[in-house]
Every structure is written in C-alpha cells, then in structure tokens.
Write a protein that binds this ligand. Structure first.
Ligand code: SF4
Length: 399
C-alpha cells in the first residue's frame, strides 16, 4: 500500500453523452435519450471500464474528478448515484479530491443534489449561458431564467459551496448591454467560479445550417471584442479574477481539474470520445455509444476501443505546452520551459513572438510571457502563427 504522499496525482474525466434535448449550437458528443435501459447499460460499461484500469492506476491517487457531458444530471438518479459510487470504488481518490458534476438547470432536483453532495460530489458546474429569456430561447436551451434561479437555490440548499456558472457571449440577439446584465445577474448570485465562452458556430449543427440568417442577429467581431474585454473588467470589479482565457474565479476556487489540462498533467477519460494523457501517451476512446458499450462488455469483440493514440514527439510536446500555457493568465515561464524541455523558449520562439509583444498582444507577466486580454481574444490566430499550425480549432476548445 502506498502512502498518499508517494502516489502520483491524476485527473479522472467521465463522459455522459445523453441530453434531454439537443441545443441548436451544440457539437459535443451527446444524443437525446430518454431510454433508461440504454443509460443503465452505458453506466455499467463505464464502471467496468474504469475498474479495468484499477491495476494501471495502482500508483496513482486521483485528486480531481469531473463528470461532464452531455448532461450527467439527465441520467436517472439511481444511475448517477451508481456512477459516482463506481468512480469512488475504482480509484483511490485523495480525501480532499475536487469532484465536479455538470448540471443542466432543467434536470436537477433537490433530493438528487442532496444525495450527490452526501456521496462526496463537492463542485457543481451549471449551464446558464444567458439570463435573458429571448437569448435562451434562441439557443434552444431547456430552461429559462426563473428555472435557473430555482435550481441554483436548490444547489445552495443541498450545501454545494463550490459552484461554477457557464455564460456565453456572441449569442443571437445578445448585445453589449445584455451581456453585462447577464454578468450582473450571475455575480449577484455569487458563485465561486464563472466560465465565459464565445459561441462558435460549428459544422453539423442547426446553427451552422442557418449561419447566414444568424449573422444578422449576432454581434459583429468588433462588438464581441468589446464584450469580452468589458466582461473581464466587470468580473474583476466583482471579485472574479481571470486565470484562463474563458475562466474566472474568486480566490481559492480555480477549477483544479481543468488546470490539469492546461498544465499538461496526467488525466484519464472514460466514455465515448473521452481523451486521456496517461503515462506519456495521449489517446481517445471511440465516439459511438453502442460500439463503446460492446467493446467494453466483450473484450474479445474485436472492436477497437481506442480511436486515436499517439506518443508525442518532443517538438509536438513543446508546441502543446506553449499552446496550453498561453491559455493561462500566468502564461509561460521560460525557465519552466527550459527545465521541462532542456531548451530555450526565447531561442526557439523569440523571433516569432516579438511582433506580438510590440503590438501588445503578448505581455510580460513577471518572468513569464502571457497573452493580454486583446491577445486572448485572438489567441487562435496568434498561436497558429507562432506554432505554424494551420488550424488550432481542435486544441482551443470552446473559445
Ligand atoms: S445541454 Fe449541453 S451537451 Fe446537451 S445539447 Fe445542450 S449544450 Fe449540448
């Protein structure tokens, strides 16, 4: 038996790909599902998949867990409980592990939240997106402002004292003023953490089909830039410090799980399309729900469970590290880069970043280089240029 102090830390991500209905902008791996049997079977597959990693994780003590989706709270309550228990049984979590569940306001109940809290779930991430009912309707969200207030109140009553609220900007009918009204509404609720994402219109979504019409009711890029920089200032004035392109927290409440991604630390993901970085390998599981379940249920089924797998070369690891560190307000410290890769950041990339330092998109933050708010808004472009990638979309997530 290892002492906790000797064990390596790890993040655990679990993907629940079910939703009550599909939002018109969403390109996540999620499907509308009211089939309780299918959800039960999927949870069983997740649990047996996780327990098959018990030996591989013998030397690890995970200190963060994140159940995301999809809509984890769309699972029947007994299945969600079974899933949480299955995670705790499969891994030797640290006693103070951060344990987050994503919740859609339309799918939470007080008994469900109380039970999750009793089981050790200690962080809730709630999707609001906007406090304006017209904007919510345009996004085809299931909830309205009133329902969100009620679900937030229930979360507090269930003793969740670490809550994130997701907000979006650049959504149909939203204006500079209505975004600030949403942020005013959110900060008055006083969550511990706020995520602010820029709506991206992704191929394969109803929004993409209607992109020409949407252009008429969405803010232009200059307005979006003004919205983003104003939001950063507004949130700071209400006590929420930005620590990543899309993330803001009150002191002591940064999301430890997501920080693992940005700090290039190890994590294991379970479920369809879940990604992992484990023992120097990056891999992802297949996106098809039925095939995923069959592959886990019958290891002799010949179904390949892993869809992507790669051992990153040093140059790629450097690129990835730069990309992820520049998401953070702390930025990239050249001495940390040197001790990680045995190479000088300035010698390799100094010429590339010079013009961005001159135009104020990259600033010095102590010893580190970091993106300014303006630089963060166009981070995709800047990092593509520095790293000579054609498209960073897959790496840059929602922003
Ligand atoms: S609830 Fe979330 S995951 Fe489900 S469709 Fe809407 S945005 Fe996508």
């Amino acid at each position: 038996m290892f002492d906790y102090n000797e064990k390596r830390r790890l993040g655990i991500y679990v993907h629940v790909p079910f939703c009550r209905s599909k939002c018109a902008y969403c390109d996540f791996n999620s499907a509308v599902c009211g089939n309780a049997e299918l959800m039960k079977r999927y949870v069983s597959a997740l649990i047996s998949h996780m327990s098959s990693y018990r030996k591989a994780c013998d030397e690890y003590s995970p200190d963060t867990v994140f159940i995301g989706g999809g809509t984890p709270t769309a699972l029947p309550r007994e299945e969600l409980v079974r899933l949480v228990k299955g995670i705790k049984k499969s891994f030797d979590l640290t006693s103070n592990a951060e344990f987050t569940i994503e919740a859609n306001p339309a799918t939470v109940t007080l008994p469900q939240l109380k039970q999750l809290r009793r089981l050790g779930v200690n962080r809730l991430s709630m999707g609001l997106q906007s406090a304006d009912n017209r904007e919510l309707k345009a996004l085809s969200r299931l909830h309205d402002r009133k329902q969100f207030i009620e679900s937030y109140r229930m979360a507090r009553e269930a003793k969740f004292d670490n809550i994130n609220i997701d907000v979006m900007f650049g959504i149909p009918y939203q204006t500079y003023d209505s975004l600030l009204r949403t942020l005013d509404f959110v900060t008055r609720l006083a969550p511990e953490h706020i995520s602010l994402y820029n709506l991206k219109i992704e191929p394969g979504t109803p929004f993409f089909e209607n992109r020409d019409k949407l252009r008429d009711v969405c803010a232009d890029e200059d307005t979006e830039y003004a919205m983003y920089t104003a939001a950063i200032e507004f949130l700071a004035s209400r006590g929420y410090a930005q620590y990543e392109i899309s993330n803001f927290a009150r002191p002591g409440y940064k999301c430890l799980h997501n920080l693992k991604y940005w700090n290039c630390e190890e994590y294991l993901g379970f479920g369809v399309s879940a990604h992992s970085y484990f023992n120097g390998n990056r891999f992802a599981f297949i996106p098809d729900i039925k095939k995923y379940m069959l592959a886990v249920e019958d290891l002799s089924s010949n179904i390949e469970l892993t869809s992507e797998s790669e051992q990153l070369e040093r140059r790629e690891r450097m690129g990835e590290y730069i990309m992820l560190r520049f998401r953070l307000n702390d930025g990239l410290d050249p001495s940390a880069f040197a001790s990680r890769f045995g190479a000088s950041f300035e010698a390799l990339y100094g010429a590339k970043i010079e013009k961005y330092i001159k135009n104020g998109f990259i600033i010095r933050n102590g010893n580190a280089y970091a993106l300014s708010p303006g630089g963060m808004f166009v981070s995709n472009y800047i990092l593509s240029d520095i790293l000579e990638f054609e498209d960073l979309g897959a790496y840059m997530g929602n922003f």
